[in-house]
Design a protein around this ligand. Sequence first.
Ligand SMILES: [Zn+2]
Length: 196
Amino acid sequence: MILPIVAYGDAVLKKKAKEIDKDYPNLNDLIENMYETMYGAYGVGLAAPQVGLPIRLFLVDTEPFSEDEDLSDKEKEQMKNFKKTFINAQILEEEGDEWAFNEGCLSIPDVREDVFRKPKIKIQYQDENFETHVEEYDGLIARVIQHEYDHIEGVLFTDKLSSFKKRLIKGKLTNISKGKIKIDYKMRFPAMSRKR
Ligand SMILES: [Zn+2]
């Protein structure tokens, strides 16, 4: 089932999300629905707050990046095969010199900006069976994980921009929160739901 994606401006996107355990109601269905929602919107990642739930759960599938001509064959192969569900994730370490990448977000359609992040991460998380893993990632995969991880910390990529950039996109962001935008996937807008 495709879930509506929460748009910029909704308070749930600013909340630090809570841990869950294996008794969380209908977790398998939720995960399945989130994958369907992410694929339906051509995203490479989706976090639970983006479907209105302030819990520490996000998914990543970098397959769409495997078409990127700027990547080496080895990287393309990596992107093609990286699909993972992260529950109760904690980033343990981030290191290296920050690099810029043009990020976008399903909750902030049509806004793309360069965001600086460190290239290497070590992350602890639980999988769908609540087995704990500690893994290291770098490059584009680390980038997508960092973006999704920010969502469960209540942080959006637009929070990381300079105040000058923030001013430039302010009008666009206001329009998004009011639903004044054309999108081809299902969304939920904070300013509109308040009126109902
Ligand atoms: Zn996002």
